[in-house]
Structure formats: structure tokens, C-alpha cells
Write a protein that binds this ligand. Structure first.
Ligand code: HEC
Ligand code: HEC
Ligand code: HEC
Ligand code: HEC
Ligand code: HEC
Ligand code: HEC
Ligand code: HEC
Length: 277
């Protein structure tokens, strides 16, 4: 069964807001064909955001990081962010590292000194990421969200900023690809069950928005709508309401699918194939 794909669709707005507008950020389309677009060098979209600022520093370029951060530089070329760079006249333009870490000339000149002064670490504060990912910022401000803005979590617990797969947490465990970033903190939901709910194979994000949501428990839709996007509801005789082979007309009046003592084991059950406890 295929999901509606809804959980996968929310993406960044493609036009980012112009803030001060004095530096253009050139990048390649984030759409599926990003790589081929890159190799054919045909399509370049340009948007403007205010780049990170470090007092008195200029962009030194990726090459200047190689000597001291060889391991990161080596794997970075496969990251989606390797194609992002800050257009800054007269300064190095192969500067994708600094699009997240800020202009690094002073960090380089001082041989890596000035930790909190000359270089920005977005693992400590997500502001550097929000600079470009405005839509993500909005999601983290929704009523229900992972506590990133509160400083209790950060982006790198779910995203690997340097590797080829940004959806994979750095040093992540070898779990099922889609759910692996959630497992370390939510073992109860991510563990195997005797009676699994096949929905889990499409990943947690088929039901949860990982950043934030208007609905309780980060759910992508509320109430029965969440379940009915995969489980068709059909009308039989007047007054009946079939979900699967069972007439649910009397049940749905008592609450939503997982409340009212019904399919409360939404993530899987060890005792009941109908996902009840
Ligand atoms: C200078 C702007 C900029 C900054 C800063 C930035 N990003 Fe991005 N990010 C982009 C662009 C542009 C893309 C789309 C790249 C592509 O698909 O080719 C992207 C894509 C992504 C994606 C999705 C990749 C995919 O395959 O869909 C994730 C996740 C992401 N960024 C996370 C982060 C995190 C986490 C940070 C901070 C540590 C961050 N970004 C900082 C510009 C930025
Ligand atoms: C001359 C060597 C040298 C060069 C060149 C260099 N760094 Fe560093 N960098 C260091 C050292 C040493 C540290 C560790 C500092 C510490 O532990 O206090 C460091 C730390 C960092 C950190 C972590 C800061 C933190 O707060 O945790 C980042 C990010 C960073 N460098 C990025 C870069 C980028 C991007 C470049 C290229 C533009 C670069 N560095 C070039 C030596 C260098
Ligand atoms: C998408 C934004 C982004 C880009 C682009 C990026 N980094 Fe980072 N970098 C981060 C984040 C986030 C952390 C914090 C990681 C953590 O805490 O685990 C980090 C941490 C670091 C550190 C210190 C921690 C460590 O693992 O040693 C260094 C050094 C560093 N980056 C260098 C670089 C270099 C060099 C490049 C380019 C080749 C680069 N970064 C590109 C986001 C980025
Ligand atoms: C709790 C884990 C988690 C945290 C924390 C997290 N993300 Fe994500 N993020 C995900 C997952 C999972 C996806 C894939 C969503 C999808 O495919 O629908 C994603 C997707 C993205 C995307 C791709 C566009 C989109 O929204 O689908 C961007 C950009 C992004 N994250 C940026 C960030 C930034 C920036 C931070 C930190 C401020 C962050 N994320 C923190 C789990 C997380
Ligand atoms: C680094 C640890 C960590 C990771 C990784 C993580 N979470 Fe969370 N999660 C939390 C914390 C902390 C909370 C907030 C708990 C609270 O507020 O009581 C939370 C809350 C939630 C909630 C809401 C729970 C409630 O009671 O309202 C859901 C749903 C959730 N996470 C799903 C996910 C999914 C899906 C992923 C993977 C994309 C994920 N989490 C990855 C730490 C994590
Ligand atoms: C079929 C949809 C669906 C999928 C897939 C799904 N969840 Fe949930 N999840 C729910 C619903 C519905 C709730 C609310 C249950 C409740 O309130 O009793 C929930 C609640 C949660 C909670 C809060 C638990 C609590 O006791 O408050 C966490 C944490 C969570 N899910 C994590 C995950 C993780 C991690 C994954 C992937 C491994 C995942 N979910 C996959 C539907 C789903
Ligand atoms: C991404 C699609 C998807 C979503 C969303 C989803 N399910 Fe499922 N569910 C499945 C699939 C696939 C099966 C196994 C095939 C079947 O029995 O229809 C299944 C099976 C079940 C079963 C066992 C049915 C049986 O007869 O054995 C129950 C109960 C169930 N789901 C309840 C729920 C509830 C409650 C929700 C909402 C919280 C939900 N599902 C959301 C895809 C989904």
C-alpha cells in the first residue's frame, strides 16, 4: 500500500526571503534532479539571504580547511550542501563549509583558535541553519515540536551535516533507514513487535512531522484522518461504515481510532494483531 506521500512533501519554500540583500547565495535546485542539473551546469537558481557574519573575517574557501580538517573535507563533497555557496565578490566562492560555519579567515589565520569567536558551530545553536531553512524554523515554532529552539536538542541528532546522507544522524546506528534517527530516543515505538503495523515500514514520518506540527504528538493529521489516508473507509448499508472488513459505525462515535480503547498500540503490538493492548 502506498501512502499519499503527504509526509514526504513539505519542503522548503524555494524562494527565500531577501533580508539585507547584499550578498547573493547561489545554489542549485533542490529538486530531485539536483545532481544532473549540476553536472550539466544548465540551471542555477539564485536567491538572496543574509550570510553569516563574523566581525572582520572574510570567506577563506573550502580548500583552506583541508589541512586541518581532512576527514570532514574528504567526505563532504557528497553532501547536498557541497553545492551551496555564498556569493561574495572578491572572496573565495568555493566556500560551502563557511555557508554554515561563517567566514573563517580569522579562524584559519589563528590556526583554529577563537573557538566561540572566529568560527560558528551550528551544532550548538541552530540559528545558522535557520538562516536558509526558514520553513524549518517555522515548523519548530508550531505548538508541538521537538525542543530544538529550547536548546534541548539540535539538528545533528537527526541530520549528518557533512556526510552524503543528510537524513542520517552522524554515527547513526544501523537501523531501518527511515526510522533510524528516531530509534535512539524512542525505543518503545521503534522496537520490533510480534504484530507489526505495516505503516511503520514507510517510516515514522508517515504519521509524524519530525520537526513540529499543529497536532498533538507531532501528528501530520488529526484523528481518524491520519489512519484513513491508508485504510479506506467504505459505506455499506445506510448507517454502516466499513474500515477493513468490519463495520465501524458504532466504534467511531466513541473516539478516534487509537483512543477509546481500540487500536491504541498504533506502533505495533505484542499481543494482538488488531493493534490493541
Ligand atoms: C547557506 C544556506 C544553507 C545553510 C546555512 C544550511 N542549509 Fe541545508 N540546504 C540548503 C540548500 C540550498 C539545500 C538544498 C540542496 C540540494 O538539494 O541540492 C539544503 C538542503 C538541506 C536538507 C535536505 C536535503 C535533501 O536531500 O532534501 C537538510 C536536511 C538540510 N539542508 C539541513 C541543514 C542543517 C541541519 C543545517 C545547519 C547545520 C543547514 N541545512 C544549513 C541551504 C542551506
Ligand atoms: C590551521 C588549522 C585549521 C584550519 C586551516 C581550519 N581549522 Fe577549524 N579548527 C582547527 C582547530 C585546531 C580546531 C579545534 C579548536 C578547539 O578545539 O578549540 C578547529 C575547530 C573548528 C570547528 C569547531 C568549532 C567549535 O566551536 O566546536 C569548526 C566548525 C571549524 N574548525 C571549521 C573550520 C572551517 C570551515 C575551516 C575552513 C574554512 C577551518 N576550520 C580551517 C584548526 C583549523
Ligand atoms: C550544513 C551545514 C554545514 C556545512 C556545510 C559544514 N558543516 Fe561542519 N558542522 C556543522 C554542524 C551542525 C556541526 C556540529 C556537529 C556536531 O556537533 O556533531 C559541524 C561541526 C564541524 C566541526 C567540529 C566538529 C568535528 O566533527 O570535528 C568541524 C571541524 C567542521 N564542522 C568543519 C567543516 C568543514 C571543513 C566543512 C566543509 C568541508 C563543513 N564543516 C561544512 C554543519 C556544517
Ligand atoms: C527529530 C529529528 C529531527 C530533527 C531534530 C531535525 N530534523 Fe530535519 N528532518 C528530519 C526528518 C526525518 C526529515 C525527513 C522528512 C521528510 O522526508 O518528510 C527532515 C527533513 C529536513 C529537511 C528537508 C525538507 C523537509 O522539511 O522535508 C530540512 C531542510 C531539515 N530537515 C532541516 C533541519 C534543521 C535545520 C534542523 C535543526 C534546526 C532539523 N532539520 C532538525 C528529522 C529531524
Ligand atoms: C535526541 C533524541 C531524540 C530523537 C533523535 C528524536 N526525538 Fe522525538 N522527542 C525527543 C524529546 C526530548 C521529545 C520531547 C519530549 C517531551 O516534551 O516530553 C520528543 C518528542 C517526540 C514526540 C511527541 C511525544 C509527546 O508526548 O508529545 C514524538 C511523536 C516524537 N518525538 C517523534 C520522533 C520521531 C518520529 C523522531 C525521528 C524522526 C524523533 N522523535 C527523534 C527526543 C528525540
Ligand atoms: C501509523 C501512524 C504512526 C506511525 C507510523 C508512527 N506513529 Fe508514533 N504515534 C502515532 C499516534 C496516533 C500516536 C498517539 C498515540 C496516543 O496518543 O496514544 C503516536 C505517538 C507517538 C509518541 C508519543 C508516545 C506517548 O506515549 O505519548 C512517540 C514518541 C512516537 N509516536 C514515536 C514514533 C516513532 C519513533 C515512530 C517510528 C519508529 C512512530 N512514532 C511511527 C502514530 C504513528
Ligand atoms: C502509511 C499507511 C498506513 C497508515 C497511515 C496507517 N496504517 Fe494501519 N495498516 C497499514 C497497512 C499496510 C496494514 C496491513 C495491511 C492491512 O491490514 O490493511 C495496516 C494494518 C493495520 C491494522 C491491522 C488490520 C488487520 O486486520 O489486521 C490496524 C488495526 C491498523 N492498521 C490500524 C491503524 C490505525 C489506528 C492507524 C492510525 C493511527 C493506521 N492504521 C494508520 C497501513 C497504514
Amino acid at each position: 500500500m502506498e501512502s499519499s506521500g503527504q509526509a514526504n512533501s513539505p519542503t522548503e519554500p524555494r524562494t527565500w526571503p531577501a533580508r539585507s540583500g547584499y550578498v547573493a547565495l547561489a545554489m542549485f535546485s533542490a529538486l530531485g534532479a539536483a545532481l544532473s542539473i549540476f553536472s550539466s551546469c544548465s540551471t542555477v537558481t539564485r536567491t538572496v539571504v543574509e550570510p553569516l557574519h563574523i566581525e572582520g573575517a572574510t570567506f577563506a574557501g573550502n580548500h583552506s580547511c583541508t589541512d586541518c580538517h581532512a576527514a570532514i573535507t574528504r567526505k563532504f563533497h557528497a553532501s547536498p550542501h557541497a553545492r551551496v555557496f555564498v556569493r561574495s565578490p572578491g572572496e573565495a566562492t568555493e566556500n560551502s563549509c563557511e555557508s554554515c560555519h561563517g567566514p573563517a579567515s580569522k579562524h584559519v589565520q589563528t590556526g583554529g583558535q577563537g573557538r566561540d569567536k572566529f568560527i560558528i558551530n551550528p551544532g550548538k545553536a541552530a540559528d545558522a541553519c535557520f538562516r536558509c531553512h526558514v520553513g524549518t524554523h517555522t515548523e519548530f515554532r508550531l505548538p508541538h515540536h521537538h525542543p530544538v529552539i529550547e536548546g534541548q536538542m539540535n539538528c545533528v541528532q537527526c541530520h549528518d551535516p557533512h556526510g552524503h546522507d543528510i537524513m542520517k544522524p552522524a554515527g547513526g546506528l544501523a537501523m531501518a533507514q527511515l526510522n533510524q534517527s528516531c530509534a535512539p530516543c524512542h525505543r518503545d515505538q521503534a522496537r520490533p513487535f510480534v504484530f507489526e503495523h505495516e505503516a511503520m515500514r514507510e517510516g515514522c514520518i508517515v504519521c509524524h512531522n519530525p520537526h513540529g506540527a499543529v497536532h498533538d504528538k507531532l501528528l501530520v493529521q488529526r484523528d481518524a484522518n491520519l489512519c484513513l489516508k491508508c485504510h479506506a473507509q467504505t459505506q455499506g448499508a445506510p448507517g454502516s461504515l466499513f474500515i477493513g472488513k468490519i463495520d465501524h459505525a458504532a466504534f467511531v462515535r466513541q473516539g478516534t481510532c487509537w483512543s477509546a480503547g481500540c487500536h491504541s498500540a498504533v506502533h505495533g503490538s505484542n499481543i494482538n494483531p488488531k493493534l490493541q493492548y
